[in-house]
Design a protein around this ligand. Structure first.
Ligand code: ZN
Length: 106
């Protein structure tokens, strides 16, 4: 009986080792154990909850934002915050400056 337990443990350990080893080799791309992570980049746009929209503000100057197409535009600095799959990305790093927005739309 003891021997059987040892064999099972050894098999389990080998499986774990193999799992760790194989998961490491695919680290650079999406892991198969996380099916909720889509391989496609989130698309721009989508429906934003109006209540959420009402409380959102520009992280830079705390001014309200207004929806324009697929972006939320700050009323103060005119930065364009992208909406991805209905989720507003209120990050200064992700926002388009007024100049970038102008060149993107033209
Ligand atoms: Zn702003």
């Amino acid at each position: 009986m003891k021997r059987l337990v040892l064999v099972v443990l050894a098999a389990g350990g080998a499986a774990l080792w193999w799992k760790n080893r194989s998961s490491k080799s695919v680290e650079s791309w999406s892991t198969p154990s996380a099916p909720e992570v889509s391989e496609e980049p989130p698309k721009l746009g989508g429906d934003v909850d109006p209540e959420l929209l009402a409380i959102l503000a520009c992280p830079l100057d705390k001014q309200p934002v207004k929806r324009e197409g697929n972006y939320l535009v700050c009323q103060q600095c005119q930065r364009h915050y992208p909406i991805r799959d209905g989720i507003p990305v209120m990050l200064i790093d992700e926002a388009l400056t007024p100049e970038q927005a102008a060149s993107a739309s033209s």
